[in-house]
Write a protein that binds this ligand. Structure first.
Ligand code: UTP
Length: 290
């Protein structure tokens, strides 16, 4: 197996039901945080880790994602004619961020099923996986943090973050042994436990490095498909049961979940308070209404 990570998969074929009706025809990944779609922040974080090959798993109603990362000659020309060359350059630069490929998941049968669609584009190598709502504001790219941990352990890595006890029931929670300040050896995954039954308050927000062994397990689980969603977490559970090693990396930075309405609004306020064009006005506005 090759040991270097050179590719990232971004599964973006989910239905985004927590955001309906906004996501009826618009992918939740294209919702803007201030002035940039969430998906562009995610791609920039991948690219900042030195990864230049990005594979999107898309579905119906997701074409705007492809368009966003393509060139837009008409818009660029118009911006040039209107004397806005910087904006034309900004638009062009998005298509140059990385090499993009697209594969369709015909039915939204779960994030694990989505990942399997990309298997034929991945060789015998580890790959980064970034879920479409897992935004971070961090000094060091979160994907770079995962790559550093992969170098150390040469095994699947799960990005981790802490949440308050009252919130654990919304997430996949881990049970494990702490190795050092940043790392855990994961022993178990518990999906959406009640706060009393949760083994910890450490959850997986949606960034991973997976190995060919994870794809093999997903493949096996998919063969037994019973109608439920096939989840990446289920592959991890199977692997842990048979004794495979999986490690967790506490991600440094501010996690800005953009998958549900309230967290999405918080993400906009967090990034708005840092945006040079609106920070002061937003601060004044927030003060005035509190
Ligand atoms: P989520 O669990 O956030 O699901 O998926 P979702 O459909 O996007 O949103 P809700 O829960 O209905 O509101 C985690 C990631 O996996 C992708 C999603 O696009 C997201 O990036 N995914 C999920 C797929 O690509 N295909 C699927 O069948 C399910």
């Amino acid at each position: 197996m090759k040991t270097k990570v050179t590719k990232a998969i971004l599964p973006v074929a989910g239905l985004g039901t927590r955001f309906l009706p906004a996501t009826k025809v618009m992918p939740k990944e294209m919702l803007p945080v201030v002035d940039k779609p969430v998906i562009q922040y995610l791609v920039e974080d991948v690219v900042a880790a030195g990864i230049k090959e990005i594979i999107f798993i898309t579905g119906r109603e997701k074409r705007t994602i492809e368009d966003h990362f393509d060139i837009a000659p008409g818009l660029e020309r118009t911006l040039q004619e209107k004397g806005k060359p910087e904006q034309a350059e900004l638009i062009r630069s998005i298509s140059n961020l990385a090499e993009f490929s697209y594969i369709r998941q015909k039915e939204a049968r779960g994030d694990g099923h989505a990942l399997l669609q990309a298997r034929r584009l991945i060789g015998d190598e580890p790959v980064l996986v970034v879920f479409g709502d897992c935004l971070y504001d961090s000094d060091v790219s979160t994907c770079k943090q995962l790559l550093d941990s992969y170098e150390k352990f040469q095994a699947p890595i799960v990005g981790l973050t802490e949440v308050s006890r009252s919130e654990v029931s919304k997430f996949g929670v881990i049970d494990g042994l702490k190795i050092d300040e940043k790392h855990w050896e994961i022993k178990n995954f518990v999906e959406k436990p009640s706060s009393e039954r949760a083994p910890s308050n450490i959850v997986a927000p949606g960034k991973y490095i997976i190995t060919p062994a994870v794809f093999d397990v997903l493949d096996e689980l998919n063969k037994k498909y019973s109608g439920d969603e096939l989840r990446l977490a289920s592959a991890f559970e199977t692997m842990l049961k048979r004794g495979d090693k999986i490690y967790g990396r506490m991600l440094e930075g501010q996690w800005l979940d953009t998958g549900d309405k309230f967290s999405f609004l918080k993400a906009n306020i967090h990034m708005g308070l840092k945006h040079p064009d609106i920070a002061t006005k937003l601060k004044d506005y927030l003060k005035s209404i509190l």
